[in-house]
Design a binder for this molecule. Sequence first.
Ligand SMILES: *Cc1c(COP(=O)(O)O)cnc(C)c1O
Length: 384
Amino acid sequence: MLSKTKIAELSNVQTPFYYYDMDLLDQTLNSVKKESDAYGYKVHYAVKANANDRILKTIKEKGLGADCVSGYEVKKALEIGFDPRGVVFAGVGKADWEINLGLDNEIACFNVESIPELEIIDELARKKGTVANVALRINPNVNANTHHYITTGLEENKFGINQWDLEKVIDRLSELTSVRLQGLHFHIGSQITDLTSYKELCLRVNEIQKWLLGRRIFPEVINVGGGLGIDYQNPDGNPMPDFQAFFKLFNDILELKPGQELHFELGRSLVAQCGTLLTKILYVKDGVQTKFAIVDAGMNDLIRPALYQAFHKVENLTSDGAFSKYDVVGPICESSDCFGKAVLLPETKRGDLFAIRSTGAYGEVMASQYNLRQIPQAYYSDEF
Ligand SMILES: *Cc1c(COP(=O)(O)O)cnc(C)c1O
């Protein structure tokens, strides 16, 4: 929560902009580190959640690895100083240059999603006279009980290898000499708040491990992906996810073999709560039944509400008037450019400062220049 003096200072800054609470980021990273270290688990940060340099540097300094989903993310992670041995590369459509980049930098692992991809990685690695570590991304057919667009672990999905195809993939793998099976990879979706989805995943991993063992295959690494959710409704009450309960569940249910490592790829749960989008009210407009608070941030600055009907808590930081309902909308020429409908807010007037909360993940990194607007600035609590 921001102090009165801080709000006064922030009111003088050109809006819209992202503001990052670096203390909260630090506490969150300390917590995830402590709770995962307790079991010897390794956490990779999913760079796609927020690829801002300051955020990446802070995460790198805590000793986390990097989970990348494009060659550009691999490049960025290496530039920031992540150890290539802690960089994994996932994605259903890796281009040749992206695979070559990973090979040249000797990244830890390619998470592979199909036989054709496996064959190309093998071919490119052979040309370089090297052997690529791969993990098979298996589709565990677990429902993440989250928004349709961010469910990734179901059968009819562009992601991953289906279980019934696994035999074929394993056979093909045994014929290829420039790829080496390092592990299994799973990722069931995002913003998962019901831990029973992860329990289901653990049980599925146990089954698959048994099946592989029957074929004398011992993956060194089990990577269970990311997706842990955060509390968008109550960011001040729950500023950090319960990492302790999360890792404990895996320890309780997932049957690791001796010497096997368990890896995670957390994105949102590490960075969402430390970010806030600050925006000013341009106009308050009366509709037929609705009052519109028109803000200077748009869906180009934060696309989650328009893209996933995502909820973000909206606060008026500079009014303590009587409460009524407002639709909070942006200036973009699209009806979906709306941050919240019938939001209960204190009496709002031109010039008030709004905070759109929990926007540290999939916020700034998804900003675009639609309508030729500018990518919003970022400021950090330890600098300003
Ligand atoms: C997006 C993604 C993640 C991170 O998801 P979060 O919900 O942000 O934790 C992890 N692994 C893969 C493969 C992903 O695509």
